[in-house]
Design a protein around this ligand. Structure first.
Ligand SMILES: [Zn+2]
Length: 310
């Protein structure tokens, strides 16, 4: 994939700063994993699956606020909706498509992919894709694995089900036990996977020396000062596209506090929740965001015209 020239890149990152504002295609993709606070893998040890149906989802109010913020900043996002949520909140899923956002699949049950058999995985992704397509009347093109837990064997199965892209690969060098290991990919840019037609859109990492820090959202976004995070995004954009992810529960400081968590688990889930909305709003205004499908379409258009997107 060709790199854009240095002069253009200095103009690219800020939507407010450059004279080419409005002419430069967005290379920043916004994504939201639409699930409730209790679906999070980090809480699995203390929140049983059996208890899910008795718990307040809380995400509808937060998603509506997120929709408002995105509309105010003219942002379109890819919403990876968990099937379990879509089944209970079909009207919310329709509101996402009505507002022009892309609805994609986060699977149905939020199981880690590498803990499933191939048959179980196939059934889970099929169920979620069928459900979302039934609700929206639109084709679901993308998939993101719970906790980025995709493994090599799942790739041909995603293609079999009819997905066009996956966005589950997190090529960080910082250990994340639950993250999947796609050995077929080495780089951190948008890449076509070998052997099939599926395109992988990895989550962004910031390279510092030999390290690749997860710089796509999550704990780092909530932990670091906003100015530092933003500077990292701008640096990533010098060599390729940028993909960000967030969950509605990260903007919900009023969610129940669950006892029995280890300190590290508590920090990971509850850190700076009260600051996330304002930080995310600033990020929405800072860059020119598109959906993941939008990013791929720009890449295809750029390749056709000989231009450079990434
Ligand atoms: Zn998830």
């Amino acid at each position: 994939m060709a790199l854009a020239d240095e002069e253009l890149l200095t103009e690219l990152p800020s939507r407010h700063g450059g004279s080419n504002d409005g002419c430069i295609p967005a290379r920043t993709a916004m994504s939201i994993d639409v699930e409730a606070w209790f679906h999070v893998e980090n809480l699995r040890g203390v929140v049983s699956r059996e208890s899910w149906r008795h718990r307040a989802l809380r995400l509808e109010e937060t998603m509506d606020r997120m929709l408002e913020l995105m509309a105010g900043n003219d942002v379109k996002a890819t919403c990876f909706v968990l099937g379990w949520v879509a089944e209970r909140k079909p009207a919310l899923v329709r509101r996402l498509t009505d507002a022009g956002h892309e609805v994609a699949s986060h699977g149905y049950r939020h199981d880690l992919v590498h803990e499933l058999t191939k048959a179980e995985f196939l059934s889970d992704v099929r169920r979620s894709k069928d459900l979302l397509e039934e609700i929206t009347g639109e084709r679901v093109r993308g998939y993101r694995a719970p906790s980025f837990s995709l493994t090599d064997w799942a790739i041909p199965l995603l293609e079999e089900v009819g997905f066009e892209y996956d966005s589950s690969f997190f090529p960080t060098t910082v250990t994340r036990d639950r993250y999947g290991k796609l050995t077929v990919l080495a780089g951190s840019d948008v890449s076509s996977l070998p052997d099939d037609g599926l395109t992988e859109v990895p989550l962004s990492c910031l390279r510092i020396g030999s390290q690749a820090l997860p710089w796509a959202g999550g704990g780092y976004f909530r932990l670091l000062p906003y100015s530092v995070f933003k500077a990292g995004v701008k640096r990533i954009l010098r060599s390729g596209p940028y993909v960000f992810y967030i969950h509605p529960w990260e903007l919900d400081p009023g969610q129940p506090r669950i006892p029995g968590l280890r300190r590290s688990q508590r920090l990971r889930h509850y850190l700076n929740l009260e600051k996330t909305e304002s930080r995310w709003e600033a990020l929405l205004g800072e860059f020119q965001w598109t959906t993941i499908s939008g990013l791929l379409a720009q890449r295809a258009g750029s390749e056709n015209t000989g231009g450079h997107v990434a």
